[in-house]
Every structure is written in C-alpha cells, then in structure tokens.
Design a protein around this ligand. Structure first.
Ligand code: NAP
Length: 314
C-alpha cells in the first residue's frame, strides 16, 4: 500500500494528540478526486473534533485525519470523474465526517471540488473554502442580504467574519463589525462602515435597526444582540442555536446556520468574486504541517486575525 505523511489523531484530547506520521494514501472512490494537498488551514471545528466535542454528532473512528480546507492539484481521478484532469489546480472543503486534508493527499467528491481562484496562491486559496461557504450560507442563503440593508457582524476579524464582511459589502449592505481595538484598522481595511471595539463599547448601545446580525461568538454577545435588530430582522448564529421564544418576544427571526455540504457551484462563484477583486482572504500565520500542535494552540486562543494556514507541499 502506498503511504503518505499525515497528521492523525488516535484518541480525543489536547493538541498533543495530533501526530505527524505515516498513513495509507487514500484511493479515490467512484466520483472522487484525489488531491495532492499544497495547503490546508486550521478551523475551530478541527479543534472541536480533536477535543471530542463533536463525537455525538459524527461517527468517527481512529486513526482520524482532520482538516476541512484544501488547495492543491488533482493527482488521480476516481471512476466516472470527467470534469477534472490530473494537474488541475483546485480548492475544496472536505466532508467533515471523513478523513480530511492535514495530509499529503485527500480524496474528495468531485461535486465538492472547484477550480482554485487564479489570483491566489495555494496558502491564500486554502484560507477560503470553509469560512466562505459558511458566510455564504448565512448571509446569502439564510438572510438573502440585500442592497441597503444593515448587518452587524460579530467576530469580524476572524476567519468567517473577515470573509462575511467582504461578502456583505459586495451585496451592497451597510456593515458594522466588532473586534478588539488592535483589529479595528483591519476591519476598516476590509470595508466596514463602522468598526466597534467590543472591549470598550457595548455594541447594543450604538447599533440600531439592523436587518441582520451574524453571531460568530455566542454567549452573552448573542444575548445582547436581540435589541439591535429591527422588527422582522434576523439573528443568525454559527455557534449556538438562538432561542425561538426570545426571537418571538422581540418580533424578530432566528436561525442556527451550519456550513452544510460543500458545493462546487458556490465555490466557483466565490472564486469568481476573488478573481474580480471583491474578496481577499487574510492569512496571518503560516506554519508547516509538522507544526500542527502549535497551530491548534494558536487557534484555540480565539484571537486569530483571518486564518492560520498550514503549508503541506511547495
Ligand atoms: N455552524 C457552522 O457551520 C460553523 C462554520 C464555521 C465556523 N463556526 C463557528 O463560528 C465561530 C467562528 O469561527 P471562525 O473560524 O471565524 O473563528 P476564529 O477565526 O477563531 O475567530 C477568531 C476571531 O474572533 C474574534 N473575537 C473573539 N471574541 C470576540 C468577541 N467577544 N467579540 C467579537 N469578536 C471576538 C477575535 O477578534 P479579536 O482578536 O479582535 O478579539 C478573532 O478575530 C467558531 O465558534 C466556529 O466553530 C461554525
């Protein structure tokens, strides 16, 4: 059996359960593409899986390879795949229930793979899929954000947040973002109309009549968000299901948003936005895959600007 280098976990636990080691190279099944991974990223989801927080939702078995994002080149085609050829440069979000992209190779369903944005290098391209698919699911599919509407984005400097800001601006919305003081200029550079330092300002004292709130933080940030919505507005959370009872009491709507199954059509639309200069990922830290434990520790601090990327191959 051909092998590859991968980061695997053999049990749930802290960052020290992540092991860079030999693993069997995946064989692409029917309708799948084997991608040679050039870069991947860390998402909070990976840390949650590693810690065992998602064991009740996914039927994982060990050893398990994490990693939702991939940019790389098509290495091999499974039976029935006709829309890719070996050597094509692609990007994708792997199926969260399967082995992921912390590896030299990953097998992904072709329906979830798209051509990599031409204007991005591998590191930048890997920063896009999970966060952009999530922001798209929330702002475009759930909220149908429209020109002239106002959206408050919590955690606007983070992985999802910094992409959500740009998607919202592309839709013509007025965007208010929250971050700590050191990230306010970063938010302005992304195009926010108003940047709020959550460490010094209670956002609910300054935001009124928002059509949409995107909550990437949860807890009391979510609780304090109801009052900023206009009647009929919507609170979207990526983190915890908002209370339907509280939504009704405020005359607004709520939805817990899941990234959903990756869709090559959406990834293709997102790549077009990137290549048109409407969306640019920020990668604040690049580490080799061998430094995965450090990457997880950094991510868990929850103060990353944009994304942490992992270089897998040149
Ligand atoms: N439901 C889904 O399908 C789905 C999909 C993707 C992500 N998620 C979840 O959504 C959350 C965000 O994901 P992510 O990838 O964007 O995480 P991330 O990149 O780790 O987010 C870090 C950002 O959060 C900001 N932040 C921390 N505390 C804050 C607060 N109280 N108010 C405002 N901003 C705050 C930080 O800004 P400062 O450093 O300036 O504080 C930092 O920029 C995670 O919990 C993730 O698991 C869910």
């Amino acid at each position: 059996m051909t092998s590859m280098k991968a980061v695997r976990i053999h049990a749930y636990g802290g960052a020290d359960v992540l092991h860079y080691e030999e693993a069997p190279r995946p064989i692409p099944g029917d309708g799948e593409v084997l991608i040679r991974v050039h870069a991947t990223t860390v998402n909070p989801f990976d840390c949650g899986v590693r810690a065992g927080y998602l064991a009740a939702w996914y039927n994982y078995s060990f050893p398990l390879i994490l990693g939702l994002d991939v940019s790389g080149a098509v290495e091999e085609l499974g039976a029935g795949v006709t829309n890719f050829a070996p050597g094509d440069t692609v990007y994708a979000r792997t199926d969260p229930s399967r082995n992921g992209a912390y590896a030299e190779y990953v097998a992904v369903r072709a329906a979830e793979v798209a051509a990599k944005p031409r204007s991005l290098d591998d590191i930048q391209a890997a920063a896009i899929p999970q966060v952009a698919l999530t922001a798209w699911e929330a702002l475009i599919k759930a909220a149908n954000l429209a020109q002239g509407q106002t959206v408050l984005i919590h955690g606007a400097a983070g992985g999802v947040g910094h992409v959500a800001v740009q998607l919202a601006k592309w839709r013509g919305a007025k965007v208010i973002g929250t971050a700590s003081g050191r990230n306010l200029d970063f938010l302005r550079g992304l195009g926010v109309d108003e940047a709020i330092d959550y460490t010094t300002t209670q956002f609910e004292n300054v935001v009124r009549d928002a059509d949409v709130v995107l909550d990437t933080v949860g807890g009391e940030t979510q609780q304090r968000s109801w009052s900023v919505l206009k009647p009929g507005g919507i609170l979207l959370s990526l983190v915890q299901a908002p209370s339907e009872e509280t939504a009704v009491a405020h005359g607004v709507r709520q939805q817990f948003v899941m990234a959903g199954q990756a869709d090559a059509d959406v990834l293709t639309k997102i790549a077009a936005l990137v290549d048109a200069g409407k969306l640019k990922p920020t990668v604040s830290t690049v580490l080799p895959l061998t430094e995965i434990q450090r990457a997880h520790e950094l991510s868990q601090g929850r103060h990353i600007r944009g994304k942490i990327a992992l270089q897998v191959a040149a």
